[in-house]
Write a protein that binds this ligand. Sequence first.
Ligand code: NAD
Length: 462
Amino acid sequence: MAVDQEQLQQIVAAVVAKLQAEEKTSKTTLGIFEDMNDAVAAAKEAQKVMQKMPMDFREKIVTNIRKKSHEHAEILAKLAVEETGMGNVGDKILKHHLLAERTPGTEDITTTAWSGDRGLTLIEMGPFGVIGAITPCTNPSETILCNSIGMIAGGNTVVFCPHPAAIKTSQYAIKLVNEASIEAGGPENIAVSVTKPTMEASKIMMAHKDIPLIAATGGPGVVTTVLSSGKRGIGAGAGNPPVLVDDTADIAKAAKDIINGCTFDNNLPCIAEKEVVALDSIADELMYHMIEEGCYVASKEEQEKLAATVLTPKGLNRKCVGRDAKTLLSMIGVTAPEQIRCIIFEGEKEHPLISEELMMPILGIVRAKNIDDAIEKAVWLEHGNRHSAHMHSKNVENLTRFGKAIDTAIFVKNAPSYAALGFGGEGFCTFTIASRTGEGLTSASTFTKRKRCVMSDSLCVR
Ligand code: NAD
């Protein structure tokens, strides 16, 4: 049979279209796209499916994400340490188990009702749609898995812009979220990202008409950018949490709790103890117990060397962030004994290793004359971030005064900082603490919008 020119053109066009479609599909692997616009479009399609799902079904997906976070905890922990060079595997494993167990799911989506003579009114929590989420390199997979549980429980899908220093780990976590959905019978692309997360890709995401809400977890730069985007933003920004110790505290326990909190995952958590303000009368005793807990006291000369190594004119030396105390000491030529976990020293609050958020186990101790002086110094050190602060005391009045004055999203009393995440304390877990915008510890309900649903003059059956 002879094929004329027109038929030939039609056949060629059909083959080209098929190849293009196949090429596009082959580029899509469990939520990772070449192009940000394609990623958003896929998340939008997935959200249409999600919107129609019963809550029970969402919960099945969430249950699968929890299961996968447990099963892959070790792999993700090792991958993150290998890729970023930050933190330690043991603590990162614990963080994955913690998020799997204590991040709220659909139970966080609740309804408020009023019924009376004029009928029934409900406030229901509905999804925003597709949420944009910018995530840090300090807790890369933890933030992605935790955000996914909350956002998906709220009926949303999510476009992630992970930190470029943690691409492999972040993409691994995003793929797990999609596997969790597919295995539950749900859609692919409930969490998406791009192969190369760049600032340009972030800009496209932030400006995209189909992204109504952006959750930014990171330092001050990203939070300010998101809050200037013209979109609704959830700003989970930097902290510099002070821990105050007064003369009524159990000093040995305070030292133990502070060093445990400060050294957890090599001080990467934004909530971790970053400096101590201690009443003069107990400061020596506190430092004695800290040394018992495995602290190295840095001399003036060593402090100067540390400051020169850790703080560069361009900001924090990324090669120091999340490193352990022995590695930091080796960088200034000190060979520390095996048991050393943390570097301590005494200094004024203005000391650069005290006033800056370092994210490494270097803990300065500032002396205070009395509780008024201590509160004033601790509030100054928090720099108005309104993020986290901690205190060791048995004096309820002092605890109350400091809690009010510091006005932070998190205030832990008589425990290591990680008690705030439900690790040795009551309450749920999150890795996105909306310090700047005031939502505090985020959960599924944070990622929903309120809808008033009114039935006039009916359905009140009392
Ligand atoms: P970072 O600010 O360097 O990066 C965070 C994310 O923002 C990354 O994905 C990065 O690529 C992106 N980013 C940075 N600047 C941007 C810009 N101008 N526009 C768009 N995207 C931008 O932070 P990090 O080193 O990954 O994480 C550590 C910081 O994050 C610390 O300050 C810590 O306190 C804070 N943090 C806060 C929370 C919280 O819940 N409040 C949780 C974890 C970390």
